[in-house]
Ligand binder design. Structure first.
Ligand code: ZN
Length: 465
């Protein structure tokens, strides 16, 4: 493969920003500096920003919701195309253990699904739903083979892992170099609040939010942190929606506990006006768990992103068609599949509402959306950096180019976007994956199945951001 030179751009990384040329050789960053020359091809990035490709560690592509008999609307081909068009060069999706199933078997089944389809690099978190002696035994093989992170739901019916089992799993993760990635909501409280709504005939989609208030999230988060401290295990709290919840992380980090937290653009850009019953059943488009919070909480959540209290922003991309999937819950909000599309809009939304709005610096943007995700989940510095020797996963962004968001201009198969009509910048003009151009000016030029599995390192609690 001929060398590639990206010339004249402003390189933005987690720790610096300035005019730099980048030379790519054999899919890796070979050299950085000014006035570089090459006999290979040259891309002029004058006036544009050159950044490490986005890393989205929370996507649900081709993800089954057994209870409702549906799968998310994007398969691994369409979903990774949407990602690449939004500047994402690596995803970590999930392999879901069926009850009684071997964790290794669940992972291998998912590898078989993604391998022929993904256009970008990938890995999986193992969702543990059944903690038993065999699953505990398999933790070590997963960690050793490059899958060191394990997702646990503290709620969600038959997917839920109880406190005793969680503690057992956390101890094993601590011993073997794994990391727990936790969905924290108090299952008893959620179940109770749902039943109360339903018994009163309150079945519309707006009642989704009031059945999952901030307190159920805060309680479960605090419990997870305490259990992790007992076990001595590092944890990452998924989709933190409020400052109250982030406060529990702050206390734990203050005690020196290896705890990190993520939030998602929907909790920073939208607010609970989307649940206004005036919206009728279309409110279902915004049904996700935890739900979107009120405007005061949204403002407070921004402060946690600005001051470093939360370490990463992922999408929690879980797209369901409005027609024929969300509508499953027309007569009962508990039957609305939970989730929003977001893999393609994560970087532009954070760029627009974070960087352009003056809330976060360009370097902090890169840190939240690429470098920290790589650090937390064992891929740094090969991913999430532009260090010499790292994979040449690069996005080039024209900071001044604006786009109006609509479902039609996005690449997900889903039939709506929660961000309809918003004007954003931050879409890449080019996306490189291991030195190959995979998207140029919105046109996808990547072969299906070209993505590679990323084998990740064990988690060292001391190296968490
Ligand atoms: Zn999720």
């Amino acid at each position: 493969m001929a060398d590639i030179l990206i010339r004249g751009g402003t390189v933005v990384t987690a720790d610096s920003m300035g005019p730099t040329d980048v030379l790519i050789r054999d899919g890796k960053i070979a050299q950085k500096g000014t006035g570089l020359e090459t006999d290979g091809s040259i891309f002029d990035a004058t006036g544009q920003w050159v950044m490490p490709g986005g890393i989205d560690t929370h996507t649900h592509l081709d993800h089954p919701i057994g209870r409702l008999g549906v799968r998310t609307a994007d398969d691994f081909h369409v979903g990774t195309i949407a990602g690449a068009c939004g500047g994402v060069t690596t995803i970590i999706d999930f392999s879901l253990q069926d009850r009684g199933e071997s964790l290794l078997k669940a992972r291998d089944r998912r590898l078989g699904e993604i391998e022929p389809n993904s256009i970008i690099d990938y890995s999986f978190h193992t969702i543990v739903t059944d903690v038993n002696p065999n699953s505990i035994k398999e933790v070590e093989s997963l960690v050793e083979s490059g899958f060191p992170s394990f997702k646990v739901y503290m709620t969600y019916g038959d997917k839920k892992v109880g406190d005793g089992d969680l503690l057992l799993l956390l101890e094993e993760l601590a011993a073997k170099g794994g990391l727990a990635y936790l969905h924290c909501e108090n299952d008893c409280a959620v179940t109770h609040l749902i039943e109360r709504h339903i018994s009163r005939g309150e079945t519309g989609p707006s009642f989704h939010a009031s059945s999952r208030p901030v307190l159920v999230e805060a309680e479960a988060t605090n419990r997870a942190i305490m259990l992790a401290e007992i076990a001595g295990a590092p944890i990452c709290i998924a989709h933190v929606t409020s400052k109250l919840v982030a406060g529990h992380l702050e206390e734990a980090r203050g005690r020196g506990q290896p705890v990190v937290g993520e939030t998602c653009p929907q909790y920073l850009v939208l607010n609970d006006a989307v649940y206004d019953p005036e919206g009728g059943f279309e409110v279902a488009k915004f049904v996700c768990s935890p739900p979107i919070r009120d405007i005061d909480q949204v403002e407070a959540l921004w402060s946690t992103v600005e001051d470093g209290l939360l370490q990463q922003v992922s999408s929690d991309h879980a797209p369901f068609h409005y027609e024929d999937q969300k509508t499953t819950g027309r007569d009962n909000f508990t039957r609305i599949p939970n989730g929003l599309p977001g893999i393609e809009t994560r970087l532009p939304l954070m760029f627009t509402y974070g960087v352009k709005a003056g809330r976060i610096s360009p370097s902090r943007f890169v840190e939240l959306t690429s470098t920290n995700p790589a650090r937390i989940f064992g891929m740094y510095p090969n991913k999430g950096s532009l260090k010499v020797g790292a994979d040449a996963d690069i996005v080039i962004v024209d900071p001044n180019k604006e786009v109006e968001l609509s479902a039609r201009c996005l690449h997900s198969a889903v039939d709506y976007t929660p961000y309809q009509g918003l004007r954003v910048s931050g879409f890449p003009t080019m996306t490189f994956s291991r030195g190959e151009v995979i998207v140029q000016d919105g046109e996808v030029i990547a072969k299906r199945g070209r993505g590679h599995l990323v084998r990740r390192q064990k988690i060292d609690p001391k190296s968490l951001p």
